[in-house]
Ligand binder design. Structure first.
Ligand SMILES: Cc1cc2nc3c(=O)[nH]c(=O)nc-3n(C[C@H](O)[C@H](O)[C@H](O)COP(=O)(O)OP(=O)(O)OC[C@H]3O[C@@H](n4cnc5c(N)ncnc54)[C@H](O)[C@@H]3O)c2cc1C
Length: 460
């Protein structure tokens, strides 16, 4: 619990109207996209790096924890105030500071919403590819802190691949710059890369310099339906083995298709067992040729339908199938544990088979879809908590799903991060020496452990 004097000091830093301690305000910042909830003691909305620095300096002096938060759309509890203290919200720092069309870079504050940034650069004929499905509400600061990815990561990479430099307030309150505006730079450790994906545990990002690309000339979307999961999974490696790197290669299994079809009747043929939604972009003539090559490559793999969009409107129709997945899933069961394992893309068929065995062993529905092009599968374990024993089964199944990914040379999470929800499993993937090295970095930067404590590692 914060004492009155501390609350007054916070008010003198960010002004009284930007500090909330009322129960209703606290409730609004007590949850994210997981189903966990923790109530903070106060919510603080700073407007600049200097204000963030003053809040962190105060936190060190008084010994209260600070939990950075963007839009609170995280899937691993990273922004949740598990130890009380304050939630520091970045949404007042929401300016696009500049878009430099000569050097193809942009500088933004962390609270800018991802889609608004994309639209702003697209108006100038430029392209910011990272496209998490949460882009309508997630913040760029949250995207950097989680190294968010999306369907276009197959060709373009994730958020960190576009971050050139940062302004960061370190846990002790020092403001530093990392990286910069040059495409090359090798002086000192690469703190930019260290901070990308650090889940708000090493510093609070207050400015970001992004690299931009020219907007692609054209795109071509294809919805391809296979008579087996194996066929669809093999198609992923076959396309890339055929030296075509699509912009997106999205996978949906039979359970996913059934959910969507039951609700929205999209005309998926009855023999369809899996879908790949494929998109290529670039030069208009090249993408037409690539679409033909892709059809020829996947034809022998049990292809039962190939629909290619002729224009943007048809492309939107095909993407609808993918976008309807999330709203359809709750029909299976009310509670969803959404994991996002990654395996080398050639191992996608093996991991899907392992997940099928886990589903049979525990007798709970598991629905798989995701970014097969980079081996990132969203494994949705759907349970009804009212049914006795289902929650325990789900946790055992999650552990086995993680183990399956690791056995195949993969990782437990490609996008959602560790936060609170995966901290108990991190020792499955990282050795004690790796964890000790990471904790040493955390301790060096945050000696009083005031920034986002309790996240990432089992602190014990
Ligand atoms: C419907 C839905 C779809 C999603 N789809 C995707 C997807 O396709 N790909 C994907 O990668 N993720 C996805 N996510 C997860 C989530 O949207 C992303 O992780 C996103 O990057 C979080 O942004 P946010 O602003 O909501 O961050 P928050 O949830 O507020 O915070 C996330 C983490 O970042 C830290 N943080 C936030 N801002 C800062 C800052 N300025 N400085 C330092 N640390 C900070 C927080 O402490 C926390 O640890 C999805 C979530 C939902 C609900």
């Amino acid at each position: 619990m914060l004492d009155t004097q501390t609350v007054d000091e916070l008010k003198s830093i960010v002004r009284a109207e930007n500090v909330a301690t009322g129960q209703q305000d606290l409730l609004c910042y007590s949850y994210d996209a997981t189903q966990m909830e923790y109530l903070p003691d106060a919510v603080v909305h700073p407007a600049s790096a200097q204000e963030v620095a003053a809040v962190l300096a105060l936190a060190n002096r008084k010994g209260f924890p600070v939990f950075p938060r963007g839009a609170g759309s995280g899937f691993s509890g990273g922004a949740l105030p598990k130890a009380g203290g304050i939630v520091l919200v970045t949404t007042r720092m929401n300016r696009i500071l500049r878009i430099d069309t000569e050097n193809l870079i942009a500088e933004v504050e962390p609270g800018v919403v991802t889609e608004q940034f994309q639209e702003a650069v697209e108006k100038l004929g430029l392209f910011y590819p990272p496209d998490p499905a949460s882009l309508k509400f997630s913040t760029l600061g949250g995207n950097v802190a989680e190294n968010a990815g999306g369907p276009r990561a197959v060709k373009y990479g994730c958020t960190k691949d576009f971050v050139m430099g940062l302004e960061v307030v370190l846990p002790t309150g020092a403001i530093i710059r990392t990286g910069g505006e040059t495409y090359k730079g090798v002086v000192g450790y690469d703190l930019t890369k260290l901070l990308c994906g650090s889940e708000g545990t090493l510093g609070i990002i207050t400015k970001i310099i992004f690299k931009l690309l020219p907007y692609p000339d054209a795109k071509k979307t294809m919805l391809t339906i296979f008579d087996s999961i194996d066929g669809a999974a093999k198609a992923v490696s076959a396309i890339i083995g055929g030296k075509i790197i699509p912009t997106t290669l999205e996978f949906m299994d039979y359970a996913t298709l059934q959910c969507v079809e039951r609700r929205f009747s999209l005309g998926i043929p009855p023999e369809g067992r899996a879908v790949l939604l494929i998109e290529v972009d670039g030069d208009r003539d090249l993408i037409e040729k690539q679409a033909e090559q892709i059809q020829a490559i996947i034809q022998p793999l049990g292809l039962v339908q190939f629909r290619a969009a002729r224009d943007n409107a048809e492309s939107e129709q095909l993407w609808r199938v993918r976008r309807l997945v999330s709203p359809s899933l709750r029909d299976v069961n009310p509670t969803k544990y959404n994991e996002d394992i990654v395996v080398p893309r050639s191992k996608v068929p093996d991991v899907i088979r392992r997940i099928e065995q886990i589903q049979q062993r525990y007798d709970i529905p598991i629905v798989n879809f995701g970014h097969a092009g980079d081996g990132n599968i969203h494994v949705n374990i759907m349970i009804d908590k009212e049914i006795d024993g289902q929650e325990e089964k789900a946790h055992q199944a999650i552990r086995e799903v993680f183990q399956a990914a690791l056995d195949l040379g993969g990782t437990m999470s490609g996008e959602h991060g560790v936060g609170l929800s995966k901290a108990p499993y991190i020792e499955l993937e990282l050795t004690p020496d790796q964890i000790a090295a990471m904790k040493a970095i955390k301790h060096a930067l945050d000696p009083n452990n005031i920034l986002n404590p309790g996240k990432m590692f089992p602190w014990g």
